[in-house]
Design a protein around this ligand. Structure first.
Ligand code: TA6
Length: 296
């Protein structure tokens, strides 16, 4: 994108685009209630903070910010597949692609809406059906994310999608995650064994990597140290993933601090594995997530 187009998308005191030589273009957003930062690289949200509160989104202090690598933390967009794929990149190419910022709006309610477009050729060049893929971000008292996919081809488009959100927590040992009791899940730490969530709340005291199936419910993250509850509300999503890498994986990731597992947890919303989406020609899907936080 050219500086001219960036200038046309700038909104004084609300939206500023910085495209310094060599650095990844970055958008700074200021709403009446909060602030956010988003890279064109992957349309990747890396920061969201309500005025007077700690950041809601975790970003690794060791993240890379270079083409070809995913930013570590924030809200990676996993599309058109989730997880590993033979001979291909983990979590697919949408988060490695430079998206186009197509619209910025300062809403009357003090929030700010930004629309990003996945360049059309990216899917077709990868052998996927043509589709129009928009990511709409509304920064306000809440952070609302919508991944909209319209199948513009003449064939079925079968894909997975997931907003792989990293949440900032005060101390993972003082966190409880609710909203998944009674839901079955694949446990990646035990070779994807199929299990049932029986606890009222999930506590993290070792590596957790679970894909919960057929759940449309909201998930709450109770953070005793920060005295905060984060609510992850969603629609158009049948899967929820909960991940904390814990010690060994933290030490193995070059773009993640050895101790950073203590200050984050991923609660991811999408449609993966058995819940993958089959979109008929001309049809659309919307994966929507609304992130709230409130003091405990
Ligand atoms: O969503 C959980 C997960 O699939 C984990 O298994 C782990 O691989 C994590 O995503 C991070 O993946 P990444 O490719 O961003 O390192």
């Amino acid at each position: 994108m050219s500086q001219t187009s960036f200038d046309q998308l700038t909104i004084p005191n609300r939206v500023r685009v910085v495209a310094e030589n060599g650095a990844l273009p970055k958008i700074f957003v200021t709403s009446q209630f909060s602030s956010a930062e988003i890279y064109l690289h992957g349309a990747h949200i890396t920061h969201f903070q309500k005025n007077g509160e700690p950041p809601l989104i975790f970003l690794s202090k060791k993240s890379f910010f270079v083409p070809g690598k995913a930013i570590r933390g924030g809200v990676p967009i996993c599309f058109p597949w989730f997880g590993a794929r033979e001979g291909n990149v983990m979590h697919a190419f949408a988060r490695l692609t430079e998206w186009e910022l197509t619209e910025t709006v300062a809403n009357a309610d003090g929030s700010v809406k930004l629309t990003f477009l996945l360049p059309e050729n990216v899917l077709v060049q990868g052998g996927w059906p043509a589709a129009e893929v928009n990511f709409i971000v509304t920064v306000g008292e809440t952070l609302t994310l919508e991944l909209r996919v319209e199948n513009t081809s003449t064939q079925d488009f079968v894909f997975e999608d997931c907003l792989h959100t990293y949440f900032a927590v005060g101390d993972i040992s003082q966190v409880a995650i609710t909203g998944l009791k009674g839901i079955s899940y694949w446990d990646k730490t035990e070779n994807f064994a199929n299990k049932l969530e029986t606890g009222d709340a999930i506590k993290v005291a070792s590596e957790v990597d679970r894909v919960y199936l057929n759940t449309t419910d909201a998930v709450e993250i109770y953070d005793a140290k920060l005295r905060r509850k984060i609510s992850v509300e969603k629609s158009g999503s049948a899967s929820t993933v909960v991940w904390n890498p814990w010690i060994k994986n933290a030490q193995a990731m070059a773009d993640f601090g050895d101790d950073e597992y203590k200050e984050m947890v991923c609660v991811e919303s999408g449609n993966v594995k058995d819940s993958k989406i089959t979109l008929k020609p001309g049809k659309s899907s919307v994966l929507k997530v609304i992130l709230h936080s409130e003091k405990l």
